[in-house]
Design a protein around this ligand. Structure first.
Ligand code: 4AD
Ligand code: MG
Length: 465
């Protein structure tokens, strides 16, 4: 008999004739009952809801019934009927049950409900079996799908940029080295430096912090591209919003200025939120009811309202007038901290905010320089509860200005010669941004720690699973 997914029973009950036999497979969430009857809540991961299995104990081997404990995996064949009990519309009257795998109640870590998120992080290999992580992983999938759909429907091409690179795209220097050199016995040059000629690529290489530079090459040929892949940052920031390995979506568009870029960013994230609201109602409802009672309101609020657009300089003015005492003092020129970003979004405007035209000294070398000589055409999108969710800019398209900036910042020209050539041959105005996938998921799921929206988080001192 073909297996029926539990999501089918909930989403399309009309497709199953009541009283007919179906086959379901999944993991036991709970079992209750007495000597004569057992009620088993079975979940197969296709949907947050469990199907109730009703088993008359006398019909089955005593040992089999005993083996049905939380975490065990089952194959059940039975008749789908309307439920007598409260809390569910349908249940399955079991005719046959097979236990695929038992789960010893003495040791199975997910025995009880209501584990803390911290505890679940320690059992990342099993946490996908909880309701929380089921919802989060289904939403993560839905968002990845919606991202490809959005760009495909809007004429963007998906470009695969390399993960191993010789250049530091953000100029921040927080990169993981990629090497096959023997670290116990590193080959040296006569001057005593590491001899990278003997390394795999014959030069120093790293895991990429961003696909942008190569993405720009694509945009300057195909018009509009996006990347969507893992990126790596070796910064030692142990915060609820930083991962050492995270996924980033980076659209890049030729002939776009910063205003087009802001329009795209706003339209894109609103589309994604709408997609989740329309396609993942059960998961969002569950997270809303059990984790964050304001989640759905917040999602609806953001799609309904225009984002505020102001400059960094205006934002500093607002922060200087704020009555709140900040841990990090505010003055023109400082990089904004999460507390500043959240003040603007949550207290002052009570809406998402796009900040533009940041001081050039706190932004990357590739951003278009403004005529004031002090600021660049940067744009950061700030969200409630999260702070920065998107960072982007219009790019410097002038060869001379770009080269001058690279020199000022003492960035190695030799590693970026190919990037500079795009400004030499057929340069055009262009712009793009990067959306942090896990930051988006924090917003979509209402989770408060970024370690809880990626299956296997990589953070300082932590790469167990
Ligand atoms: O602002 P960032 O550093 O921008 C770039 O990398 C550009 N190259 C993007 C572009 O213009 N194409 O990073 C972009 C976004 C941030 O806004 C944030 O959402 C996310 O990536 N991000 C992180 N997410 C999790 N952990 C980290 N350590 C992150 N660093 C950045
Ligand atoms: Mg940024």
């Amino acid at each position: 008999m073909k297996r029926t997914k539990i999501s089918e029973i909930f989403k399309h009950p009309e497709r199953i004739e009541l009283g007919s036999q179906i086959s379901v497979k999944g993991w036991v969430r709970t079992k209750r009952g007495n000597n004569t009857i057992s009620f088993i809540a079975l979940n197969d991961g296709s949907i947050v809801h469990n199907i109730q299995i009703v088993a008359e104990n006398q019909k089955f081997d005593e040992k089999l019934i005993k083996n049905i404990t939380t975490g065990a995996s089952l194959h059940v064949i039975g008749r789908l009927v309307e439920s007598q009990g409260k809390g569910q519309a349908f249940e399955i009257q079991a005719d046959s049950i097979e236990v695929y795998g038992t789960a010893n109640p003495e040791t199975y870590p997910l025995q009880k409900k209501g584990h803390s998120m911290e505890f679940l992080r320690e059992i990342a290999h099993l946490r996908p079996r909880t309701n929380y992580f089921g919802c989060i992983l289904r939403l993560r999938h839905a968002m990845a799908y919606a991202i490809h759909k959005y760009f495909n429907d809007n004429g963007f091409y998906y470009m695969h940029t390399p993960l191993i690179t010789g250049s530091d795209a953000e100029g921040a220097g927080a990169m993981f080295a990629v090497t096959t050199l023997d670290l116990q016995n590193v080959p040296k040059t006569p001057e005593g430096k590491v001899n990278y000629e003997e390394d795999f690529f014959g030069k120093p290489t790293f895991l990429t912090v961003s696909g942008q530079l190569e993405g720009e090459l694509g945009a300057l040929a195909l018009g509009a591209i996006y990347t969507f892949g893992p990126t790596f940052r070796a910064e030692n920031s142990n915060t609820p919003r930083h991962l050492a390995e995270f996924w980033m979506i980076e659209p890049e568009v030729a002939f776009y200025d910063i205003h087009d870029n802001m329009d795209l960013a706003e339209d894109f994230v609103k589309y994604l939120i709408n997609y989740a609201l329309e396609n993942n109602e059960d998961d969002l409802r569950f997270l809303n009811d059990t984790f964050d009672k304001e989640l759905l309101d917040r999602l609806h609020f953001v799609v309904k309202n225009d984002f505020v657009r102001i400059t960094y300089t205006e934002a500093i003015g607002i922060l200087l007038k704020a009555e709140k005492k900040f841990e990090f003092p505010v003055k023109w020129g400082v990089d904004l901290q999460a507390e500043h970003e959240r003040y603007l979004v949550e207290i002052h405007f009570k809406k998402p905010v796009i900040l533009t035209d940041y001081p050039k000294d706190i932004k990357a070398f590739y951003m278009k320089q403004n005529e004031d000589g002090k600021t660049v055409r940067a744009m950061d999108v700030l969200f409630p509860k999260i702070g920065e969710i998107i960072g982007g800019s219009q790019r410097e398209e002038s060869y001379d200005l770009l080269l001058q900036r690279i020199k000022e910042l003492e960035i190695s020209e030799e590693t970026l010669w190919w990037y500079l050539e795009t400004r030499k041959y057929g340069t055009v105005p262009h712009a793009g941004f990067g959306l942090g996938f896990e930051r988006l998921l924090l917003f979509i799921t209402g989770m408060t720690n970024i370690r809880d929206v990626i299956p296997f988080p990589r953070t300082p001192q932590n790469a167990e699973f």
